[in-house]
Write a protein that binds this ligand. Structure first.
Ligand SMILES: [Zn+2]
Length: 395
């Protein structure tokens, strides 16, 4: 994949990664930040590889070397010049070969995880932060419509003002010009809005940013039909000298801010739901239970949610918080219980359910409730539904 990953692709890949069955072999998740100097990510990769080669033995070591060779080969040949980050998910041949590389126009941290299944937190966070939106860039003589998809901008339409050329030298000063000019200005405006409406509707877009000449964006704002006005995130003035990259960067930071506000309002909805005992749960244990049960609409977590390890059993697939002291499974008694990363376990379940995940940057209220919760589709009955959750997880 030599192109930058799109939101649709990322959605599919998250489902794929969340569904990867674990084997005896280790799964390697490589996140690299490609901004600035190459030495940083190179050092992270080399240091981690050196350390793991000291720890791993036999098949695990061979598998790791095989996996890392694939990562290096991909980095050598497939990196897009505009990529600011890469995420590569790989497992060696003994464990069931797997390789899924992605690259993005937005940054990720340098981070390498070795775990039985893919670690997808940073993908989920990136998706929630950057998502996609439409930008209408409007100047007196021209307009263009951009789609910004996970931070990568593509021009979707150009609209020129055809009447401006005739204005120069010909009609200036004529008494009837004012009337025509007003009429023509309206036509140009309506054309822009019509194209915008069509593109947003066809692409299922839910967010719009207006940018360009302040006078023009103001009059477009006033002329926007209600459904587009509802989707308006921000209006950002630009100067004539701004390049497209400056404009995209300005819209990105405004969008991230707006997205954080949306995440916070979902957290508020969750807290309201808890208060009225209606379609919401919070806290690590309850969230894990309802995710296994399945009727979840949205998983909400704070970005600093760091739960203690939980446990799962390879035999009966039971799962819980507070790991047993030995490997004896509290459910079935087999000696196959092992610790798990609870946050990743939740994201895996959410990925398999294809439910929305909101990562909230700051929410003291959600933190005080354990940092995590779910909005539900239907009421959860502690007795019967917990039973269902247990049975479906055991089958
Ligand atoms: Zn068990």
């Amino acid at each position: 994949m030599t192109h930058l990953t799109t939101l649709d692709e990322l959605n599919q890949q998250i489902t794929v990664l969340a569904s990867v069955e674990e084997t005896d072999a280790l799964f390697i998740s490589v996140y690299l930040n490609l901004e600035g100097e190459t030495t940083d990510w190179r050092e992270t990769l080399n240091d981690r590889a050196r350390l793991l080669r000291l720890i791993l033995k036999d098949d695990d070591l061979a598998d790791f070397n095989d996996a890392l060779d694939k990562v290096e080969a991909w980095l050598d040949t497939e990196l897009h010049p505009e990529a600011k980050s890469a995420a590569i998910f790989v497992r060696g041949i003994f464990g069931g070969a797997f390789m899924l590389p992605m690259q993005f126009a937005v940054p990720l941290p340098n981070w390498i995880a070795v775990y039985p299944t893919p670690n997808i937190y940073h993908l989920v966070e990136l998706k929630d932060n950057y998502h996609r939106y439409i930008v209408l860039f409007a100047m007196p003589d021209r307009a263009s419509i951009l789609e910004v998809n996970l931070g990568a901008a593509t021009t979707r339409a150009w609209i020129n003002n055809p009447d401006l050329r005739t204005r120069v030298g010909q009609e200036w000063g004529r008494p009837h010009f004012q009337v025509h000019q007003k009429h023509r200005g309206d036509r140009f405006m309506h054309e822009k809005i019509a194209v915008l409406e069509q593109l947003m509707h066809a692409g299922g877009h839910t967010h719009l940013i207006l940018t360009g000449d302040p006078k023009i964006t103001k009059s477009i704002r006033l002329a926007l039909p209600e459904d587009l006005a509802d989707k308006l995130v921000d209006i950002i003035p630009t100067s004539k000298r701004d390049q497209q990259t400056d404009i995209v960067m300005a819209t990105l930071s405004s969008f991230i801010e707006h997205e954080e506000q949306e995440s916070r309002s979902v957290a508020e909805q969750l807290i309201e739901g808890l208060r009225s005992q209606n379609l919401a749960v919070a806290g690590t244990a309850d969230t894990l239970t309802v995710l296994r049960w399945g009727e979840v609409d949205t998983l909400v977590m704070t970005s600093d949610y760091q739960p203690d390890p939980g446990w799962t059993c390879a035999t009966c697939r039971a799962m819980g918080i507070e790991p047993p002291e030995t490997s004896a499974c509290p459910q079935c008694g087999a000696l196959t219980a092992r610790p798990i990363d609870i946050r990743e376990a939740m994201l895996r379940l959410a990925g398999q359910l294809e439910c929305t995940v909101e990562v909230v940057e700051h929410s003291d209220e959600l933190m005080s409730l354990g940092g995590v919760g779910c909005l539900l589709r239907t009421h959860f009955d502690t007795k019967t539904d917990a039973q269902t959750a247990h049975v479906s997880a055991s089958s």
